[in-house]
Design a protein around this ligand. Sequence first.
Ligand SMILES: *[C@@H]1O[C@H](CO)[C@@H](O)[C@H](O)[C@H]1NC(C)=O
Ligand SMILES: *[C@@H]1O[C@H](CO)[C@@H](O)[C@H](O)[C@H]1NC(C)=O
Ligand SMILES: *[C@@H]1O[C@H](CO)[C@@H](O)[C@H](O)[C@H]1NC(C)=O
Ligand SMILES: *[C@@H]1O[C@H](CO)[C@@H](O)[C@H](O)[C@H]1NC(C)=O
Ligand SMILES: *[C@@H]1O[C@H](CO)[C@@H](O)[C@H](O)[C@H]1NC(C)=O
Ligand SMILES: *[C@@H]1O[C@H](CO)[C@@H](O)[C@H](O)[C@H]1NC(C)=O
Ligand SMILES: *[C@@H]1O[C@H](CO)[C@@H](O)[C@H](O)[C@H]1NC(C)=O
Ligand SMILES: *[C@@H]1O[C@H](CO)[C@@H](O)[C@H](O)[C@H]1NC(C)=O
Ligand SMILES: *[C@@H]1O[C@H](CO)[C@@H](O)[C@H](O)[C@H]1NC(C)=O
Ligand SMILES: *[C@@H]1O[C@H](CO)[C@@H](O)[C@H](O)[C@H]1NC(C)=O
Ligand SMILES: *[C@@H]1O[C@H](CO)[C@@H](O)[C@H](O)[C@H]1NC(C)=O
Length: 674
Amino acid sequence: MNTITSKSIISLFLIITSLLSTQAISDTINASQIFRDNGETMVSSGGTFNWAFSARKIPGTVTWAYGTLRVIDPGLLVLVNDTNGIVWSTNTSRTVQNPVAQLLDSGNLVVRDANDDNPENFLWESFNYPTNTFLPRMKLGRNFRTGLEVYIRSWRSNSDPASGDYTYHCDPTGYPQNILKRGEAVQYRSGPWNGQGASGAPSLRRNPIFRFGLVMNKDEVYYHYELLNDSVITRFTLSESGVGQRWIWVDRTQGWVIYIIAPTDNCDIYRACGPYGSCNVENSPVCGCLNKFTPTDSQGWDRGDWSNGCIRRTPLSCENGDGFLKYSGVKLPDTRNSWFNTSMSLEECRVLCSRNCSCMAYTNLDITNGGSGCLLWFGDLVDMREVSPGQDIYIRMASSELVLLSLSVMLYYRKRKKLDREQRETGRPRFDYVDNHTDESHNKSLELPLFDLSTLTKATDDFSINNKLGEGGFGPVYKGLLEEGQEIAVKRLSTTSHQGVDELKNEVICTAKLQHRNLVKLLGCCIQGEENMLVYEYMTNKSLDLILFDPAKSILLDWTERLNIINGIARGLMYLHQDSRLRVIHRDLKASNILLDSDMNPKISDFGLARIFGGNETGANTSRVVGTYGYMSPEYAIDGVFSVKSDVFSFGVLVLEIVSGMDAVQRRKVTGTG
Ligand SMILES: *[C@@H]1O[C@H](CO)[C@@H](O)[C@H](O)[C@H]1NC(C)=O
Ligand SMILES: *[C@@H]1O[C@H](CO)[C@@H](O)[C@H](O)[C@H]1NC(C)=O
Ligand SMILES: *[C@@H]1O[C@H](CO)[C@@H](O)[C@H](O)[C@H]1NC(C)=O
Ligand SMILES: *[C@@H]1O[C@H](CO)[C@@H](O)[C@H](O)[C@H]1NC(C)=O
Ligand SMILES: *[C@@H]1O[C@H](CO)[C@@H](O)[C@H](O)[C@H]1NC(C)=O
Ligand SMILES: *[C@@H]1O[C@H](CO)[C@@H](O)[C@H](O)[C@H]1NC(C)=O
Ligand SMILES: *[C@@H]1O[C@H](CO)[C@@H](O)[C@H](O)[C@H]1NC(C)=O
Ligand SMILES: *[C@@H]1O[C@H](CO)[C@@H](O)[C@H](O)[C@H]1NC(C)=O
Ligand SMILES: *[C@@H]1O[C@H](CO)[C@@H](O)[C@H](O)[C@H]1NC(C)=O
Ligand SMILES: *[C@@H]1O[C@H](CO)[C@@H](O)[C@H](O)[C@H]1NC(C)=O
Ligand SMILES: *[C@@H]1O[C@H](CO)[C@@H](O)[C@H](O)[C@H]1NC(C)=O
């Protein structure tokens, strides 16, 4: 650009008009010809582009400065004034025998040797020095070999082509993206290229008029666009107030109409919602935090100062194995501190990101054909907004936040995918949740079938009272019959309580990870609207307490069966405490949590309390938090200290109950009140 800015009034640009000037000269001038500012125009061979060279302002065209344009040896394009003083000149590092300047059909004014039309050998081309207009086939970006950067700069005003405040760049830092700046301050990003369009500007996706694209190789990085139909004329300009406008020429009216503008709305303002904030123009206020994030400065946030953005609700702890949570429908964050690889798979990308504690997110580089390539972010994620169709991004999250989170996010996602999935599989849709994303465990990620609310409503006869099996601490349990004939037990967690959600989470982790014949099997879950439900295999003989403490039924339990039940519980507990991958402390072992199948085999159920609380926590509902009095070890009941030993204590109480047929809780109550 140095050659151009020598005199600010001088600006090099093109005009595009379908009108031919009466004084049109050919598309080429050679060293013995000149091109004057007296209304002459240079017309490309196809007639698409005219170079006007005039001091006058012609509507729809654009002016140059006063003077005479000529090509001189050894290959410079110069603008001279009346006294032959050089007002402006191109620069070249090479010399040629017979230089000519030619206006190509693309609108590119080039200086080349008369006998050499190879673009590689052009001495100079106007496409490398645009002002406010980005034309098809221009390369907006950087050439690393020559060091040249091509970018668009606004005019000072509509009638003054001197440099204005705004520039539009393809910034090659990290993964290339287009950035609109005012001076050095970023105003707007269109979002990184994703193979289909710019992630934040869905309007740049496939359209019938032009195809946009990013080219990256070791020599250059640039954005460009090509016309899909040569009969359509379009250009992109940057207005003096910093608005990118795409225009389409309409033959019928002989005028330009605006096709797209950017930025479009408040959410396009760079960093509108700060780090980890997400902007949605349909909301009021427009800024929100991403799911599982909270405002960094909640007072400021409430006042509408969103610049500090949001922070994770649960801080990361990289050593303990963070995971990643998928967010869908977003404009990808600023990629200036990103890293990418075009050939990696999403899985390789995840592994790479999980290994580096400062890697905050990953996603596919290119979303075409199911996705490919890897894009990683380091540092805070800024400038996200909700867009449709947006992209998926996987954001690093403390593992404790993960399971349920991925549940809710994937459910949204699943809603869309469900139909075709149901068609593909004979069974019901499954939902995978991402758990402890470490290299070793990632592909053991668990799959839990997802039930439709309508399926469960039907199976339980609309949660009919007749199908109610009992009332657990966290909600009623219903018997259900699936259409396939399978019997199920549906635990309907209390709708509004957070405890229900905690229990669900815990239950899902434990039951899905733990597989043992003496543990009850979780068949799936249902999360829809306010409803959180867990679906288990149905146990014909219900819970142990119903048999044991019912004098009529307990008589039927012989010693062999009682021993079998005790052994089964012991094996289940042993598995929980020692043999499973997780060490699980059940914390609420009691007769009503032992279920019996048709062969009277015991299965431990109800992992709602297992491991969920720190040893110190009391929680709001005592009965829930501390388990069940009568089964609790004294040190746990009194000091809240719990360990595997607490379960062993409860087991002992249970053995006494099974042997004696007496209810420890009742006895305790009696003793307590007596
Ligand atoms: C320039 O072009 C004109 C017309 O085509 C021709 O007569 C003249 O010889 C050319 N001059 C040079 C230096 O090639
Ligand atoms: C022409 O340009 C030269 C060099 O820039 C300058 O010295 C001279 O004053 C200019 N003449 C006129 C009439 O503008
Ligand atoms: C032309 O370019 C060369 C090297 O690229 C540079 O040294 C020289 O200063 C430039 N000349 C002008 C007038 O800009
Ligand atoms: C290009 O556009 C013209 C006019 O709109 C239309 O008649 C023609 O079919 C188009 N060509 C293609 C290949 O789409
Ligand atoms: C990109 O990933 C591929 C496959 O993992 C690897 O072979 C290649 O070296 C990587 N390229 C860079 C620049 O890291
Ligand atoms: C993590 O990535 C950052 C940024 O690329 C790099 O500076 C740092 O060395 C990496 N750390 C490790 C442990 O690889
Ligand atoms: C995640 O897995 C790693 C290694 O398998 C283990 O050390 C870590 O404790 C696990 N974290 C959680 C929360 O399960
Ligand atoms: C799990 O990962 C290993 C190595 O990455 C691979 O060989 C194996 O096929 C994977 N298993 C499944 C079920 O995806
Ligand atoms: C357990 O279930 C089986 C099959 O339903 C039944 O035959 C048996 O009587 C039940 N046992 C008790 C103790 O209820
Ligand atoms: C229990 O919590 C209190 C305050 O919340 C804390 O001071 C104490 O160290 C905790 N004790 C244990 C064993 O975690
Ligand atoms: C605790 O649980 C009992 C019985 O489930 C219930 O009646 C009570 O309202 C609960 N208390 C709180 C504070 O949730």
